[in-house]
Design a protein around this ligand. Structure first.
Ligand SMILES: Cc1cc2nc3c(=O)[nH]c(=O)nc-3n(C[C@H](O)[C@H](O)[C@H](O)COP(=O)(O)OP(=O)(O)OC[C@H]3O[C@@H](n4cnc5c(N)ncnc54)[C@H](O)[C@@H]3O)c2cc1C
Length: 390
């Protein structure tokens, strides 16, 4: 397999790089608080839309560019390199939108897809519940008939960005009997009575995910996606898009490692000598570099599979298992180089330093979100090693 950019991908990279170099510096620093970041991000998303960079891999008929997943990944790589804003639309553009393209009605597509790409609507994902995370089919939130629509009762948890989302993709139980067949997939308007979003405070003070209490929330009749009772099938597509978004998204370890190397180059040890001369430090950097290279090559393999129309198999689990601890270790190493100042409240310290502590904490969350480390190991044990099913 040739891991270099093909000629047309290299040309695309050049164009994107030049565009980002002129656009990103105008933006200024990202606000810390999610609500403020959303308002700062919306005009950026609009710029992406106008320049033809929103929904890169979406089909043209739905406002996308019909680009390959490889070009989409190149775009995010270049965004990372240029320090472009984080993707706040990852649920909408990354997996709710593609799910609607696959399973939505014509009216749902017309109503929602364009507004995702322009950044007018942000989306969240109401799947996980206190008793249904890894075992998603155990969910108990219920949707009962209410005139033309449905009335929703239940509780969701860990809902990223629910406090700023206009719409949610929601899984709720509509039938009795078999676990999987009794689940339906809905679009829930978030700004209505009966939807109570309670932020969960994180270790560093921010609140990016929430508990969501649904007490008589209303879903109009035309916002069921797919068949009544057929929500599991729709949700499986969503989770497939989620995995692809994780595999092709912005966990750019190359950039992180470059920044770590720059940090080490400037640092001195307790003995006053350059830290980069320390044999242990050099070996550790070499080891992280080797793992980073393997991680990138695995990512390229997944992208090539997707580009050829295939679905990533166990390598998506391998990639997640491999990337999560790598990011954690790069961040932990950077914090040990910075020393005690790296432990300061991010708001009180130099943003370049604060970034490492934030990323180190985020990396813990990544080991859980999108299928925990243990679940990925189970998948590999069953599908690669042929162990009996869990
Ligand atoms: C940062 C972050 C953002 C998230 N955002 C969203 C969101 O926007 N929307 C949403 O719906 N959800 C979201 N989630 C929830 C996430 O999908 C769940 O946390 C995840 O599916 C794990 O479920 P759980 O927390 O219920 O843990 P559980 O499933 O209860 O697992 C607890 C522990 O037991 C282990 N375990 C469970 N089953 C097995 C098994 N069969 N074999 C071995 N070990 C097992 C797990 O690995 C874990 O260590 C988010 C989570 C995080 C951390």
């Amino acid at each position: 397999m040739d891991f270099r950019d093909a000629a047309e991908d290299a040309a695309f990279r050049e164009t994107v790089r030049a565009w980002l170099e002129s656009e990103v510096p105008r933006l200024g620093p990202a606000p810390d608080k999610l609500e403020e970041r959303v308002e700062w991000w919306r005009p950026w998303q609009r710029r992406l839309y106008e320049a033809g960079y929103a929904g890169l891999a979406w089909p043209r008929e739905y406002g996308g560019r019909g680009a390959s997943v490889l070009q989409q990944a190149i775009f995010y790589e270049e965004c990372d390199r240029a320090g472009a804003p984080d993707r706040l639309d990852v649920i909408g553009a990354g997996f709710a939108g593609p799910t609607l393209i696959e399973h939505g009605t014509a009216a749902q597509k017309t109503r929602f897809l364009d507004r995702i790409l322009t950044g007018e609507d942000l989306w969240c994902q109401l799947f996980s519940e206190p008793g249904a995370g890894s075992d998603l089919a155990a969910l108990t939130t219920r949707a009962t008939r209410d005139g033309e629509g449905w009335r929703i009762e239940g509780q969701k948890v860990w809902t990223s960005a629910a406090q700023v989302a206009e719409y949610a993709i929601l899984l709720a139980r509509t039938g009795e009997g078999e676990r999987h067949r009794g689940i339906s997939f809905f679009i829930l308007p978030m700004r209505q009575p009966g939807v109570d979003v309670r932020p969960l405070r994180q270790m560093l003070g921010g609140a990016e995910f929430n508990e969501v209490f649904l007490d008589g929330a209303h879903v109009p009749g035309d916002l069921l996606v797919g068949q009544l009772g057929g929500g599991w099938k729709v949700a499986m597509s969503t989770l497939g898009y989620e995995r692809a978004a994780i595999a092709t998204g912005r966990v750019n370890t190359l950039r992180l490692l470059d920044e770590l190397i720059a940090l080490v180059r400037d640092a001195r040890g307790a003995d006053g000598l350059p830290l980069g001369r320390d044999a242990f430090v050099r070996q550790r950097l070499a080891e992280l570099y080797t793992r980073m290279t393997l991680q990138r090559l695995t990512g390229k393999r997944i992208l090539s599979t997707l580009a050829e129309g295939g679905a990533p198999g166990p390598e998506a689990s391998t990639a997640k298992l491999f990337t999560t601890p790598l990011v954690e270790e790069i961040c932990d190493f950077a914090l040990s180089v910075i020393g005690i100042e790296g432990q300061e409240e991010p708001a009180d310290t130099d943003p370049a330093r604060a970034k490492w502590l934030r990323l180190a904490y985020q990396a813990r969350g990544t080991s859980i979100a999108g299928g925990t480390t243990f679940i990925q190991r189970n998948i590999l044990a069953e599908r690669v090693l042929g162990m009996p099913r869990d």
